[in-house]
Ligand binder design. Sequence first.
Ligand SMILES: [Cu+2]
Length: 146
Amino acid sequence: MSVSQVRHVAAAGGLALALGLLTACGGSSDAASSSSSSSSSSSSSAAGDSSAGQAQTLTVTEVGFDIRLESSNLPAGEYTITVKNEGDATHDLVVEQNGEDIARSDTLGPGDSGTFTVTLEPGKYVFYCSVGNHRAMGMETDVTVS
Ligand SMILES: [Cu+2]
């Protein structure tokens, strides 16, 4: 009980302080953007990893029994990978690092696409399809992250 009261008072004090600062700066139209930017900067300050930044995007297209990437040499970082199945069979996409699956898409029917995220650190990877014997049929491709 008392803890919540203290927090409430502290929050109110902080708000009053923030409002006072905003007022001192002038422009009431700045208030909304100033307060939102200050809250987002405090929440993102925990991200100490300089490579964290924003997720990069990568599109992988599966056609026939091929896996096609824009590039097989990628800079390290967080990726949002979009998989497009433009073939006639069901496929998925698995990201393998050192023999371990670290991320995968949903299973995608013909014409479907799916998105997943993965953090790629420098190293060697294999992107492959885990459906049936597709990998043995050639649905794998080496990816180097540096
Ligand atoms: Cu497949």
